[in-house]
Design a protein around this ligand. Structure first.
Ligand code: F6R
Length: 653
């Protein structure tokens, strides 16, 4: 009976795979299942695991799980814990083998995978301690090879892995089998790729502290698992997912080996799946219903692909590129072209707050009221100027009442020596002007003592965090003065979800929503600008955005909200797709330089910041490149050529 249930469930996952991949087999070479979001996806995977555990229980057999760490399986482990606590799922028959561990690594270190697994899963369920296995990061180098053979032998002795969970690295790694790993590679000590170390460097407070090596299960052992489920969330995984699922099988992308596994599924959220052909360009795969959005996306994509301005596209271009049914419905090409061209042209405006006394029927913003109250939400203290500095300045210059809500203190992104410099400045300042402040002196001494002995990844003491927060606050203020925003229109919200002192933040809480609602209610804005990083499943920006969405939803019945439009800008890492942009605010060369000066006010974020990420450019360079690239796209499509453009999408709530 239980066996049947499990099969039914497995088949359900499978039939969805077939349904979703059947038509487009010529593009996708591995099973994929796409869920609305990572929460739903994690629940479905947890269900499959739970069913398997139960089937094995009924058969009085152990259930052998291969487990991964990283951000991707966190939701899955949370759901398994819930199933244990609320629905009595027992893990007594579970035997698990983790994929990998950094080397060298002490098990009780804050970044060890032992600690990760214990905190997120093992200590919260009834798995027997002798039943979980995680590669040992404390061995001496000479012992590793033997240890790895034994690790594999142990898996074999249990009859092999029943179900293996994987994440995927930005380079396509599975486990720590980096680009270049062979399909028959064994469990071994490996050198970590630069990309992998950069991705991990935030957890280790910088690249220098990030391990260079790790022990990983080999590709061969992964491929021998009876079932493999690879989890991937968020837009940043979308390119590597496409390469793994649709590209050739190659050692450059180890996840592509899964195409040759007979029971592997890529479980994705919408954002991670967004570059798959059937989702990105569905008209190449099957007959579709052409909505306005899809027409816009397809035509702009076609023009960019053929490197032609929109108005130069011909009937033949449409026919040769899988769009003949669109041509038959709405053609000839000239008619479609002109419609899309006009639409794109109407997104461009130098009046982000609306143009007073002008016909606004085709403009992105309303003309009235001519003077608007504007509330710009900035997740970190510099997102306002980095992501929409040109628009920010223009709104101020065009006479709107511009407020900025700095959502978090951004305190973890300040280097230790900066904090010391500022603390010592206060002491010197007091000294110079004869201000006796033993408290300032004591704080300085405490900060110095702490920072001198600070271990890698150690959480800052409260005083140091506060000093770091003040540094960023001063920089934000400085940007506001530069733009011309008066003091009483600068709001530091210090949302509590952020104040953990670590990269890992708390989930959105009631207090965060309340602070956000209060500010919106106080200002009663006609326009809200928010960082719309919808696809990032973790991270500060997403929580900040969720706080605004939730606040807007709850405030919706209020009269002033009827006049409140919400515009989303993108954070430092990505830009809206050209087909999504609803308002594009152009800048001339001088305005680009002005924006750069505004970004320079954030001195603590210049020259090798704490959280550099994989992009070695400074923030002002990223912003300029991105804004120039958007302007170039408009130019390529046959519209006016500006020096730079900031892009926005309206969120209708
Ligand atoms: C972790 C592991 C890695 C991660 C991968 C993705 O045990 O083996 O392959 O799964 O680096 O990491 P996240 O999920 O953090 O994006």
């Amino acid at each position: 009976m239980k066996e049947k249930e499990n099969n039914k469930n497995k088949n359900m996952l499978k039939s969805r795979i077939d349904k979703s991949t059947g038509f487009e087999k010529r593009f996708e070479n591995a099973g994929t299942v796409v869920y609305e979001n990572s929460i739903e996806a994690s629940k479905a995977v947890a269900k499959e695991i739970a069913d398997l555990i139960k089937v094995k229980q009924a058969q009085k057999q152990p259930c052998i799980l291969g487990l991964a760490t990283g951000s991707s399986p966190k939701g899955l482990y949370a759901e398994l814990v819930r199933l244990h606590k609320e629905e009595g799922l027992s893990f007594k028959n579970v035997v698990s083998f983790n994929l990998d561990e950094y080397y060298p690594m002490e098990p009780d270190s804050i970044n060890s995978y032992v600690r990760f697994m214990k905190e997120l899963l093992f200590d919260q369920v009834d798995i027997l301690p002798e039943n979980y296995h995680i590669p040992d990061g404390t061995l001496s180098k000479e012992d590793i090879a033997d240890y790895c053979s034994q690790y594999e032998a142990k898996i074999k002795a249990f009859g092999g892995i029943d179900l293996q969970i994987l994440g995927i690295g930005g380079n396509g790694h599975i486990g720590f089998n980096e680009s270049g790993a062979l399909q028959n590679s064994k469990t071994r000590l490996v050198a970590l790729d630069h990309i992998t170390r950069v991705a991990a460097s935030n957890d280790f407070s910088g690249l220098n502290n990030t391990p260079r090596t790790a022990i990983t299960l080999g590709v061969k052992a992964i491929m021998e698992a009876k079932r493999v489920i690879l989890l991937a969330w968020g837009e940043r995984k979308s390119n590597i997912i496409k390469a793994s699922v649709e590209g050739e099988v190659t050692n450059r992308v180890p996840a592509s080996y899964l195409q040759e596994h007979n029971n592997a599924t890529f479980v994705l959220d919408k954002a991670a799946a967004s570059k798959l052909t059937r989702i990105n360009t569905p008209w190449l795969v099957e007959k579709i219903d052409w909505t306005d959005e899809l027409i816009r996306k397809a035509v702009l994509g076609l023009a960019l692909h053929l490197k032609k301005p929109i108005l130069m596209l011909t009937d033949a271009d449409y026919i040769e590129n899988g769009m003949s049914d669109l041509l038959a419905d709405s053609g000839p090409a000239y008619d479609i072209n002109i419609k899309i061209f006009n639409k794109l042209q109407n997104t461009i405006t130098g009046w982000p707050g609306g143009k007073p006394n002008a016909d606004d029927s085709k403009r992105p913003e309303r003309a009235e009221p001519a003077k608007k109250r504007v509330l710009i939400f900035s997740p970190h203290p510099d997102d306002d100027i980095i992501s929409m500095g040109g628009t920010f300045k223009r709104l101020q210059e065009q006479g709107h009442e511009v407020h900025v809500g700095y959502q978090t203190s951004g305190n973890i992104a300040v280097a230790d020596d900066e904090a010391l410099r500022f603390a010592s400045f206060v002491c010197d300042y007091n000294d110079k002007f004869g201000i006796k402040s033993e408290e300032a002196e004591a704080i300085y001494k405490k900060a110095v003592a702490f920072l001198k002995n600070k271990k890698a990844s150690e959480v800052d003491i409260k005083e140091v965090r506060y000093i770091k927060g003040l540094i960023r606050r001063g920089e934000a203020q400085s940007t506001c003065y530069f733009v011309g925003v008066p003091d009483n229109q600068i709001h530091f919200m210090e949302l509590p979800f952020y104040e953990t002192g670590t990269i890992e933040k708390k989930p959105l809480g009631e207090k965060d929503v309340k602070i956000t609602m209060d500010l919106i209610e106080k200002i009663k804005p006609h326009q809200i600008y928010a960082a719309g990083d919808l696809a990032d499943p973790h991270g500060t920006h997403k929580v900040c955005l969720d706080a605004i969405f939730e606040a807007a939803k709850r405030l919706k019945p209020k009269k002033f909200m009827k006049d409140c439009w919400i515009w989303l800008y993108r954070g430092a890492w990505q830009e809206w797709g050209i087909d999504e942009i609803e308002m594009a605010v152009p800048m001339g060369p001088d305005q680009v330089l002005e924006k750069r000066k505004g970004i320079f006010k954030h001195q603590s974020q210049k020259d090798g910041v704490v959280f550099q990420g994989s992009d070695s450019r400074e923030f002002w360079q990223r912003a300029e490149d991105r804004n120039r690239e958007t302007a170039e796209l408009y130019d390529q499509l046959g519209l006016s050529h500006y020096a730079a453009m900031e892009a926005f999408v309206r969120w209708k709530y």
